[in-house]
Ligand binder design. Sequence first.
Ligand SMILES: C[S@@+](CC[C@H](N)C(=O)[O-])C[C@H]1O[C@@H](n2cnc3c(N)ncnc32)[C@H](O)[C@@H]1O
Ligand code: SF4
Length: 380
Amino acid sequence: MNESRAPGAYVHVPFCAHRCTYCSFIALEGRGEEEDFFEGLEREIRSRGTEATGALLDFDTVYFGGGTPSYVDARRLGGVLSSLEEIFGVSSNVEITAEANPDDIDASKLAALRDIGVNRLSVGVQSLVDAELVPLERRHDAAAARRAVTAAVRTFGNVSADLMIGIPGQTLESLLGSVDGLVSCGISHLSVYLLELEKAPRLVSLKKERPELFPDDDEMADLWEAVDDRLTAAGLPRYELSNWARPGFESRHNLKYWQMTPVLGFGVGAHSFDGRIRTANTGMLTEYLRRTRAGESTVATSEKPQEDFLGRKEGLMLGLRLSGGVPSSTFEEIRKSLSPDSIARMNDAFLAGLLEEESDRVRLTRRGVLLSNEVFSLLV
Ligand SMILES: C[S@@+](CC[C@H](N)C(=O)[O-])C[C@H]1O[C@@H](n2cnc3c(N)ncnc32)[C@H](O)[C@@H]1O
Ligand code: SF4
């Protein structure tokens, strides 16, 4: 798995054709403010570039997330890449990912994204069952999603897709059908998220009316395990709590978050970690535009720099998300520092089979993954 310490860049594109019922990402409907936003982005990149030194130069990953980057004109993303290259530098083997909605993917969009330098596409599919896409208010049907993913694989080779577990009406068979369908389209990476209803007020009312449509926690765990088995058998083992990939196709960009490598985030609501301090840009487009025009910082919140030990503790929690786990020595150093009560509960976590040690590494077992929040709470 990639262990690059080179920094990455995240660029948040806050526009979507339509807001899906479940989504809590920063995204506005329509492209009315696209031009203003990209002008603001250009100003932000230039002004932050003047402060960047050493470890924050020469990105080896760039990730266009959203919102829906495929919804805007690809030339705008090309302009951002040129600015990043000019101001920060971009390494010759850079991984450049764009998130895409199946709705936007046609031959000309794929060619345009490839021509500006994108070499990895991440397609939001959610489900390959028409009846499951309806309550989500996705604008594409299952057939369109399959066509889009197949065409993306033909163009880029390196294609990821997103699915969700817990969609109203979803069954074990329908979920595995979506997984199999995507594998047969040729994807090399799959992210499978548990649908978070607290971020989906419009689905919460449906759950009140029709609770039988939604799986409970135990059923969600069974669905997740079935996905894990199916993808492992298909040659895409899990490498992180929610991510599976053919070996060598793990997301180099997302690994930076779990390995605590600096990632600078640009655009509305984007988060940054410079190796010491975590910051977040304002999530309001109007405020973002005002600040970039006035030459003010776009940062709205900034966490205190963590003292060394807390930073290592956070690194441990993030490292445990990876299926390779963390070195036993790192784990032991943090464990020793916990309260006697937490040490006892951590020992219980080993005995209960949530954590295991093998070849000088400590990792979550499969049961531990399902109860990862309980394990992580011992480390807070
Ligand atoms: C920015 S979107 C992906 C690109 C594009 N906007 C699209 O939807 O096709 C990122 C992914 O987050 C996941 N997601 C969004 N809201 C979620 C929620 N409430 N719970 C779980 N996953 C969610 C979806 O799988 C979605 O594809
Ligand atoms: S899931 Fe994707 S397309 Fe839907 S609102 Fe969220 S960011 Fe936009």
